[in-house]
Design a binder for this molecule. Structure first.
Ligand code: AP5
Length: 209
């Protein structure tokens, strides 16, 4: 099954993608994670993306479309995947259609802006990819990753002011995708302002219907 997760920054796309992918045995593809990895490895693409990502702006379409084209050609995508954070603009969605992706479902995880701001300010991450939350997903030892012992930090783009910019970008450039996929009959909306397990149940239900 080929699935897209839409939703504002911090709506829980990454959290749910991980759960749904382990349930369905398909890969989760996060353009944000791919870009951050390139950034920490200092690759040419990472350097190109740095100023955009840190300012809460979208990385140019041609860069992310190139990333996705290459990733979807990998063998592990043959049986399906969850796209987390792509597409984020109408040109990206059109490019995905032009690749012949034939997406089955688009799940929009809806969370009010006020709840997003609270979630993002409490998020802490580790360079190994693990994420935590200072209120409801604390590590056993403060500031230290349970999985690898690495030091936890706040993503630069999780600073409160940058979160507001990311929300603005989301409303202007990404929200129109709801209409784009609704017209294709693929859109399902899930209330993301609920406990994590409950959202997973709603997402699985949305994938059936
Ligand atoms: P990306 O990494 O995709 O960031 P994002 O969409 O802003 O998503 P986040 O990872 O911040 O949030 P999420 O929805 O995955 O939520 P999560 O599960 O982590 O992109 C970063 C940047 O890369 C972009 O700003 C852009 O610059 C660039 N980029 C990426 N893709 C691009 C594209 N296609 N085009 C152009 N540029 C692109 O949850 C958030 C927090 O909330 C966590 O702490 C979690 O524990 C907690 N949480 C989750 N669910 C719940 C819940 N139900 N209740 C309470 N807390 C919860």
């Amino acid at each position: 099954m080929k699935i897209i997760f839409l939703g504002a920054p911090g709506a829980g796309k990454g959290t749910q993608a991980e759960r749904i992918c382990s349930e369905l045995g398909i890969p989760a593809i996060s353009t944000g994670n791919i870009i951050r990895e390139a950034l920490s490895n200092g690759t040419e693409m990472g350097l190109k993306a740095k100023s955009f990502i840190e300012a809460g702006k979208l990385v140019p379409d041609d860069v992310v479309i190139g990333i996705i084209k290459e990733r979807l050609a990998a063998d592990d995508c043959a049986a399906g995947y969850v796209l987390d954070g792509f597409p984020r603009t109408i040109p990206q969605a059109e490019a995905l259609d032009a690749m012949g992706a034939e997406i089955d479902r688009v799940v929009d995880i809806e969370v009010p802006d006020e709840a997003i701001t609270r979630r993002m300010s409490g998020r802490r991450v580790c360079k190994c990819g693990a994420t935590y939350h200072m209120e409801w997903k604390k590590p056993a030892k403060e500031g230290v990753c349970d999985l690898c012992g690495g030091e936890l930090y706040r993503r630069k783009d999780d600073e409160p002011e940058t979160v507001l910019d990311r929300l603005k970008v989301y409303h202007e450039q990404t929200e129109p995708l709801k209409d784009y996929y609704d017209k294709q009959g693929k859109l399902r909306i899930v209330d993301g302002d609920k406990p994590i397990d409950e959202i997973t149940r709603l997402v699985l239900e949305a994938l059936k219907g």
